[in-house]
Design a protein around this ligand. Structure first.
Ligand code: PEP
Ligand code: MG
Length: 575
């Protein structure tokens, strides 16, 4: 039966494809005693579940579409091998017999043992294979728990849509290597890092759907409308035809935008605007150049630190940063120092020990409390600066004291390189992110001691409005147009410009074409956003006359009434 669900749209476009459920069945495992007389039945239940999963995996393998990522085939073979191994197909039966327990519990015990053994392995690649064991066990447990077990029926050229309860940024970054058509989650806010990564994948995605994982079945046909935040499950023929048409129109629109790729971003009155790209991994630099970005305004280096146990050493970091600098061929590359903490943990399994991680030891606070990690990263960035036009960006500054300590650390790193006779750009620029209200209110003092400012609107909104950017239950209150937010953005831009320093916005607001004119009216001349948004924002820039924007933007800024701002903005965009 066809039905639809509504969530928060985080990345535009329309995808039509088969649902692939990312499972959390392990969380549901209960432990109970099975009477001795029923043990043969319990064993049979277990054997049947294993057989069903084997059949499912074989069906998936046979039906893989020709254009499926090549890793997918070998991935399924590995899972079949794991399933056939005695450790998973026979040992749980012995546990059921000896402990008189249910099959799910026996399997989970066996899995925990195996995972522990994997964790002792020195080789990082082999150690990581524990994830495969977990995924295979999850499949069997899902069948045992009575979840629909049919394999996704992958038709030729059918697209795969990930359906998850939640995905951590560490999970999501791995999808950069796979070609999924869309993804949707039950929880998450529009500017959570998971959503930001979805945007950078440039695939339609929706968060905060509440119960999508419970209501959508594996292999079901679904439509994801990332423009409207709507998911249609099991669509009828007419709906499908309607969305296919919309999908075509969206794609035509994207093709049209490509025509302005090489056009300079200049307003109608002749003011040049810089449109930089945000990147997460070095390979993103290619995407940035493909849409005509004139620099990297934010390289989120923390993704290099995720999904691993050990920190990357100086050499590994240096090579990654140098790769981006060289790829950009002299264009500016703004490398942000580590912004770990809050929703960006190194490993999805990391247990959060603090009650309020967004207000805790995050970003520059973490770096200043772990000077060795910071020193290593600064040395790597400085060494890479010899090979391109690198700038350093410090995240989440809240006091001048923190800034001064950071600048001292940079000097220390420079001195250590000098002593070793290693090259670096001696005039490297250092900027600071203005994303804590305290910093925005003292922006002039920060601007005096820094070479440039970059406004992180994602956190600025979170901290100004006291709304957790990852929490779907308050995502409707997360409003970039709140008068307090607009006031802080404009104050920061003006303070930076008064001090003669350049100011950019690198939060998600910079990539929203509906906000381009407003930000231009505030005096912003540098925008940094995901490559996928650059052309739509450029189109707005090309159609804007700065003199004409001033009156309307002043009116918006003067309004304390949140309900009046939206219509005023619409008027501004139509003028
Ligand atoms: C921001 O806060 O706006 C920002 C750009 O940084 P991040 O999203 O990585 O916290
Ligand atoms: Mg931030």
């Amino acid at each position: 039966m066809s039905f639809s669900m509504h969530g928060v749209a985080v990345s535009g476009g329309i995808a039509i494809g088969r649902a692939h459920l990312v499972s959390h069945a392990l969380l549901e495992v209960a432990h109970y005693v099975v009477p001795e007389g029923l043990i043969p039945q319990e064993i049979q239940r277990f054997n049947e579940a294993v057989a069903t999963v084997r059949k499912d995996l074989e069906t998936i393998r046979q039906q893989l579409p020709a254009n499926a990522p090549s890793e997918l085939g070998s991935f399924i073979n590995t899972h079949l091998m794991i399933l056939a191994d005695r450790a998973l197909s026979v040992a749980p039966v012995e546990i059921i017999q000896s402990e008189l327990c249910n099959a799910e519990w026996a399997l989970k015990q066996q899995m925990d043992d195996l995972v522990e053994q994997f964790e002792q392995i020195d080789d990082e690649y082999l150690r990581e294979r524990k994830q495969d064991v977990v995924q295979v066990v999850e499949r069997v447990i899902k069948v045992l728990l009575g979840h629909p077990s049919q394999a996704p029926v992958l038709e030729q050229e059918s697209a795969i849509i990930l359906v998850a309860h939640d995905l951590s940024p560490a999970d999501t970054i791995q999808f950069k290597e796979h070609k999924f058509a869309a993804f949707i989650t039950d929880v998450g806010g529009a500017t959570s890092h998971t959503a930001i990564l979805a945007r950078s994948l440039n695939i339609p995605s929706i968060v905060a759907l509440q119960r999508s994982r419970a209501l959508i079945r594996d292999g079901e046909l679904i439509i994801v409308d990332g423009n409207q935040g709507v998911v249609v499950i099991d669509p009828d023929k007419d709906t499908l035809a309607e969305y296919r048409l919309r999908q075509e129109q969206w794609e035509i629109e994207q093709q049209k935008l490509k025509r302005i790729k090489s056009t300079k971003a200049i307003t109608l009155d002749g003011t040049a605007i810089e449109l930089f790209a945000n990147i997460e991994v070095p390979a993103d630099a290619t995407k940035a150049k493909a849409v005509g970005a004139t620099g990297i305004g934010l390289y989120r280096t923390e993704f290099l630190f995720m999904n691993r146990r050990e920190m990357p050493d100086e050499e590994e970091q240096y090579l990654a940063y140098r790769k981006v600098a060289e790829a950009m061929k002299g264009l500016p590359v703004t490398i942000r120092t580590l912004d770990l903490g809050a929703d960006k943990e190194m490993n999805p399994d990391t247990v959060r020990t603090c009650t309020n991680p967004a207000l805790g030891l995050r970003a520059i606070r973490l770096c200043l409390s772990e000077p060795l990690i910071f020193h290593t990263q600064l040395r790597a960035i400085l060494r890479a600066s010899h090979y391109g036009n690198i700038k350093i960006l410090i995240p989440m500054l809240s006091s001048i004291n923190e800034l001064r300590q950071s600048l001292q650390m940079i000097e220390r790193a420079k001195l250590s390189l000098q002593r070793e006779g290693l090259h670096f750009d001696k005039g490297i620029q250092v900027g600071g992110m203005i994303e804590v209200p305290a910093a925005a209110l003292c922006a002039e003092a920060f601007a005096r001691e820094l070479d440039f400012l970059s406004i992180g609107t994602n956190d600025l909104i979170q901290y100004t409005l006291a709304i957790d950017r990852t929490d779907d239950t308050v995502s409707h209150l997360y409003n970039p147009l709140h008068p307090a937010v607009l006031y802080l953005i404009e104050t920061t831009i003006k303070a930076g410009l008064r001090a003669g320093k350049s100011v950019s916005v690198c939060g998600e607001m910079a990539g929203d074409p509906k906000l381009t004119r407003l930000l231009l009216g505030f005096g912003l001349r540098h925008f940094s956003m995901h490559p996928a948004h650059i052309l739509a924002v450029k189109r707005q820039v090309l159609q804007s006359d700065l003199a004409q924007l001033l009156h309307a933007t002043r009116k918006i800024l003067a309004s304390q009434d949140i309900d009046k701002i939206e219509p005023l903005l619409q008027k501004l965009n139509l003028s």
